[in-house]
Ligand binder design. Sequence first.
Ligand SMILES: Cc1ncc(COP(=O)(O)O)c(C=O)c1O
Length: 398
Amino acid sequence: MADQDDATLGFATRMSHHGRAGARVHGFVNPPVHRGSTVLFPDCESRKAAGKQRYEQVLTYGTAGGPTHHMLEDMIAEIEGGTRALIVGTGLAAVMVPLLAYLKAGDHCLMPDSVYGPARNLADGLMAGFRIETTYYDPLVDEAATRALIRPNTKVVYTESPGSHTFEVQDIPAIARAAHAAGAKVLMDNTWGFHNFQPFAHGVDVSIQALTKYAGGHSDILLGSVAVNTPEDWSIVKGAASQLGQFASPDDCWLCLRGLRTLPVRLKAQAENGLEVARWLEGRPEVLRLLHPALPSHPQHALYARDFAGACSLFGVVLQPRYSDADAEAVVDALSLFGIGASWGGYESLALPTAPSITRTATDPHDFGGPIIRLHIGLEDTADLIADLAQALDRLPR
Ligand SMILES: Cc1ncc(COP(=O)(O)O)c(C=O)c1O
């Protein structure tokens, strides 16, 4: 077994070797699943001693996590380039925990207008009820514009790059400079970037991942992670998660560990498939433009090229303005190899008309020029996917 902490090893090597050595049993390659609620101690003294280290990877009670959680925590911290990571039950829980950890009544939060919809629901729902005010901002703000949005009570600048459904790439280092100058924390939903965007090297304090997506990779688990890079931030997010009773199924953690072993090849293949399909779509007369940060035609391609080491296979297709939202739905309905459903990151392709899913209050949702279809490209043969898309687009009125 390779030294787990050898940072000179490549990503695929680390994904193959990390999170195994400490848990080898009877010579099997993979660790077992540890399920459990009660943890038994030999005596009261050792139970008290374990309780004093409750934020460490010490077994105290099931809700504090077991060995399967801890192995996945270490893997995610490694991928994100942070020091610690917390595993929670869903990606949305990973959004919620740090927001509620860093914000209290009377505080102000900044959220990009392109934020994942359920995060907006949280801000407008429970957070507003707790008297936490949220301002939605244009995701394309620079440092000066971020500074202008910050108030004395702004405690969190939330980011998500690229944005959900519309794929705006944010200038995270510039936003982080403005936030840190005012003493605010920078939270980022890094699910799209995964290991291709190193959050802590770009000024992020708390990185959120929906492990449900590529990490799980098979559309059969729900999990989230919250990664941090300082002991102070660890105490804050871990403390909030335990107050909120956050827990993840060890079976899902185990499946996620298994998914991570093949993630480097899956993600690379899917990213390549995605780019091939996107390039083909760019040449179609029914298409106005692609919302894919790795394409040179993307308005923030330069920021993407500066900050990201690669893409995933989720992007948007904007149809010509002469088409309606109903036309976009007809295209999606006509596809036979693309499933119609939420989420992404599995091995299978998905398509979703975007219009019903997006809310914009700080920017104009019509700025994109036409109806948008979000595509997630899986591991199928691209020739088949392209043929399927061609027959669906051919049905549109000329
Ligand atoms: C960008 C982003 N963040 C977070 C989530 C939430 O993940 P989960 O479905 O695991 O709650 C999603 C889900 O689609 C997402 O797209």
